[in-house]
Design a protein around this ligand. Sequence first.
Ligand code: EPU
Length: 426
Amino acid sequence: MEKLVIEGGIPLHGEVRISGAKNAALPLMAATLLTPGRHILRNVPDLRDTRTFIRLMENLGVKSERKDDVLILDSTHLVHAEAPYDLVKTMRASVLVLGPLLARLGKAKVSLPGGCAIGARPINFHIMGLERLGVTCKLEGGYVDAHIDAPMQGNVIYFDVPSVTGTENLLMAAVLAEGTTVFKNAAREPEVGNLIDMLNKMGARIEGRDTDRLTVHGVKELFPADCTIIPDRIETGTYLIAIAATGGSGTVTGCNPAHLPSLLEKLRSAGLSIGETENSISISWPSRLQALPALGSVDIKTMPYPGYPTDLQAQYMALMTLGSDICVITETIFENRFMHVAELQRMGAKIRVDGHSAVVSGRGMNGLSGAPVMATDLRASSSLVIAGLAASGRTDISRIYHLERGYENLVEKLTGLGARVWKEQE
Ligand code: EPU
């Protein structure tokens, strides 16, 4: 197994280009199952998760061809309607094939993902929504076995809590249903918007993009599409925070600042200068490097979009360990998303967890020192990378396969910003 080694304490400077969004690429790939033909997806990141999803698609009979960041998926001949446990257990997002397979083939069998490191993560909203459309779902042998006896019928689908993949899965099921489906309290994440754009390009009729009320007018037929994946807002935020934490300055390019309203606001409150263009964000300290202030305005509470993203909570916590006061971080989306705390503590961070909140006592910009730490999930791992970059001395991060799930060319991109970072065999 490989580990990541960082020699910290070097301010990052320069430019880094953002890849396509993992969490948009996966549902857009799933959408190609809806109708036969050659679909073209652009700006597809080459990640462990996108590769796993391609394997899942190939297992269903889809042919794939990749050239640089362009992925061609030919879904003309589907041979299976099953997502097996082996693939689903390594990537929960595999559940996204359920909706489109049902819409195209009238049946699908998908392994239940089970819990994961950050929480229980049930899929009851997905199943409830499918049942509202007339699908029969049986839970058997660890699988959801779903089929329809008659065409799916539009209905009202209400989410108790906005669910990103729940909204995406059910949109893909509803586009070919008869009649109209109305989603209430749907997720508004930009990745959902990217999927709606692709589905509409394919001939679907979905109204209400970027709102929590979506109306889907069922259509009889869809066509292959040529679509571009939006930039990864979580990767964007991770690099901005990394630059800030090392006291550096730089520009993140190929991104969409409009997708990070809450993070940019918080970084400004923390005293950083942020400049935005349509597709880049620059970040720097206004004067000399200073300890981050913490006056309550830097507290965060994770929320569905456009609130502060849970996927940037751990990285932000690493930054706040370098502040000059107290910062309260409250996690409301997942019940077990503070696993980075114990690892950050090993690097000298002062953090107390009380239920869903973590109280971070900033120790100033030189407050962390390098240590051997362990990656536990994708975003927790990136917070350790940020801490390692800011810390004095050497940090060894083991189990970096988590990072490879979601950060394309991490070592190359960080090296391009001046970091001293490399991979080693454990
Ligand atoms: N929930 C239910 N029942 C469901 C579905 C969700 O109770 O059937 C709950 C969840 O337990 C959670 C809340 O609803 O408390 C929201 O979860 P959501 O369904 O939105 O999460 P997800 O769709 O499984 C996606 C991202 C995650 C990201 C979350 C929240 C993808 C592939 N994954 O997961 O990304 O954290 O939305 O924004 O889009 C990551 O990239 O590291 C990652 C974990």
